[in-house]
Design a protein around this ligand. Structure first.
Ligand code: GLP
Length: 256
């Protein structure tokens, strides 16, 4: 395989103009695309500024912006307010069905991605008012809490803060990887769930964990899961990176 061109050569007017056909912004898009694919622009690295790219390629700022915008839309680049444009993680955007009750580990395994978690907290606590309500507990009950940074292909994707009624998970330390798998072993795997998704701006602490800028868009998801008996078992608040997830729902015409 040929050695990838250095950035200046790849972005020279001659190279850009001779790369493929079509409008100039498409040619530049293709060059940048190649630079990402061959690792010349690496994951997490900053793209030269639009002004620098315009200078190197001899193209107008408008043309450069159009090419960059296209790559941001397709998920290959991401903009971080105040700090520039970066090469996005190669896992791209994750498409997540809204109608299947699956676990993070299963979702990522289906995509061939290996997951790991960084534990932020794990233990047994008195339930908060929200947990008491969601899980139908009394103040004498306890919850097992599992707070994790969820990582796939070395990219932090979500922060999940789960609470399980402690009678179903009395010893949180026994959960080492998948929570749903551990619940399954105790015949307490969720059977159905309701989920509420809302848009938010990420705060300082979560931004640091997710490696995004404070104020970036995230999706907050609250899931309450139930056993087949109807008993609520899980209340989880998750923060998913807005630049990494597309939630997809299938809609059908209502039959009367
Ligand atoms: C999803 C859900 C969470 C659930 C988790 C379990 O991400 N949003 O509500 O707790 O899966 O995942 P795992 O079994 O991988 O720990």
């Amino acid at each position: 395989m040929d050695k990838p061109l250095d950035i200046r050569t790849a972005l020279s007017p001659e190279h850009v103009r001779s790369t493929g056909e079509g409008p100039l912004y498409m040619r530049l898009r293709r060059v940048l695309d190649e630079m990402i694919a061959n690792g010349r622009l690496d994951q997490g690295h900053a793209l030269p500024t639009e002004r620098d790219i315009a200078e190197m390629t001899g193209l107008s700022r408008v043309t450069v912006r159009k090419a960059v915008d296209d790559l941001v839309k397709s998920g290959q680049l991401m903009r971080r307010r105040g700090s520039g444009t970066f090469v996005a993680s190669q896992i791209g955007r994750v498409e997540q069905s809204l109608s299947k009750l699956t676990s993070f580990t299963e979702d990522m395994a289906r995509r061939g991605l290996v997951t790991r978690s960084v534990w932020l907290n794990r233990g047994v606590y008195s339930p908060s008012p929200d947990e008491t309500m969601a899980l139908g507990l009394t103040i004498d009950d306890r919850v097992a809490r599992f707070e994790r940074l969820r990582i796939a292909a070395d990219t932090p994707l979500a922060i999940e803060r789960a609470a399980i009624a402690s009678e179903y998970m009395p010893d949180p330390e026994t959960v080492t990887s998948s929570l749903y798998e551990a619940l399954g072993r105790r015949q307490a795997r969720p059977y159905r769930a309701t989920q509420r998704i809302s848009a938010r701006k990420v705060d300082d602490e979560d931004a640091r964990l997710l490696d995004i800028a404070v104020g970036d868009a995230v999706l907050q998801i609250e899931r309450v899961s139930y056993l087949a008996s109807g008993r609520a078992i899980e209340f989880t608040r998750s923060i998913y990176r807005g630049d990494a997830y597309d939630f997809v729902a299938e809609l059908r015409i209502q039959e009367s």
